[in-house]
Design a protein around this ligand. Structure first.
Ligand SMILES: NC(=O)c1ccc[n+]([C@@H]2O[C@H](COP(=O)([O-])OP(=O)(O)OC[C@H]3O[C@@H](n4cnc5c(N)ncnc54)[C@H](OP(=O)(O)O)[C@@H]3O)[C@@H](O)[C@H]2O)c1
Length: 263
């Protein structure tokens, strides 16, 4: 009698809340075991229990990915436990609603550290193992913010444009190796993100909201179907199609209304 095929392992960063927690649950439903990373050990353990209840062997890795050696330490901790990932989900990230000139420079640089540097380091560190296995890949959480510049949240939008551009390039580079790289681009999702970004009253939150569970469902489905980009919700799919076509003056007019335009 042959045993059941082993479940593939997914590493999800920022899995302690919001979209990351929902991605972990969605992956458990889709047959993955999980390694969950974020700073809040207690919240990670709660999400891990929910994943285990869905049949996923789940490991918890408290980690600060903004620390210079955070990504390397996380990958070393997985290796030390003999864990080999088949899917890397780069979800940890945050934003800040403020005109560029007023934003605390330290906060902006930590944002770059998490949204860009840690994500890049984890992608690079995961690749040798993924290429050797010849299956699986990377799901990077970008945003519809990556579709255009965002006065009022300039560094956040630029960081998500980086994530989107990197993911699309890697999708093409890694296809011949049997790997998939997908960028998940949600519009506004009600999570801890708004409080962290100081944007709870912003007009952006009056747009049609997608739930974290729906964003996760669309992201995992998009990855499993080997899509380059996955966009939850039809208004945002439309935005994806028209990016690059709509004139900047119109984009900035809309963003001025929705998030103050950084003036
Ligand atoms: N919510 C939206 O409207 C929206 C829309 C589009 C894209 N996104 C993107 O979705 C992703 C998840 O955000 P969310 O909406 O789910 O917000 P969230 O609930 O605030 O989740 C952010 C996650 O990142 C983790 N994190 C923050 N700093 C970290 C650090 N230094 N090291 C490790 N983990 C860290 C947090 O955990 P700890 O605090 O425990 O470390 C948390 O698990 C982000 O990349 C965000 O840009 C969000």
């Amino acid at each position: 009698m042959t045993g059941a095929a082993p479940r593939p392992l997914a590493l999800v960063t920022g899995a302690s809340s919001g979209i990351g927690a929902a991605l972990a649950l969605e992956l458990a439903i889709n047959g993955y075991d999980l390694a969950l990373a974020a700073r809040s050990a207690g919240a990670l353990e709660t999400v891990a229990e929910d994943c285990r209840a869905l049949g996923a062997a789940t490991h918890v890795f408290p980690a600060d990915l903004c620390a210079p050696d955070g990504p390397a330490k996380l990958m070393a901790a997985l290796s030390a436990q003999g864990l080999q990932i088949e899917l890397l989900v780069n979800n940890a990230g945050f934003g800040d609603l403020a005109p560029f000139r007023d934003a605390p420079p330290g906060k902006l640089l930590v944002m770059v550290d998490l949204n860009i540097r840690a994500l890049t380091a984890l992608c690079h560190a995961a690749l040798p193992g993924l290429i050797a296995r010849g299956r699986g890949g990377i799901l990077n959480v970008a945003s519809t913010a990556g579709f255009q510049p965002g006065p009022g949240m300039a560094v956040y939008y630029a960081s998500k444009a980086y994530v989107l551009s990197l993911s699309e390039a890697l999708h093409h580079e890694l296809k011949p190796h049997g790997l998939t790289v997908t960028a998940l681009c949600p519009g506004p999702v009600q999570t801890g993100f708004q409080a962290a970004a100081g944007m709870e009253g912003a007009g952006l939150m009056k747009l049609p909201l997608v739930s974290a569970a729906e964003a996760a469902r669309v992201g995992v489905k998009g990855f499993l179907r080997r899509k380059r980009i996955a966009v939850p919700g039809w208004p945002y799919k439309l935005l994806a199609v028209t990016r690059g076509i709509s004139p900047r003056w119109l984009t900035f007019l809309i963003l001025d209304r929705l998030q103050g335009g950084g003036r």
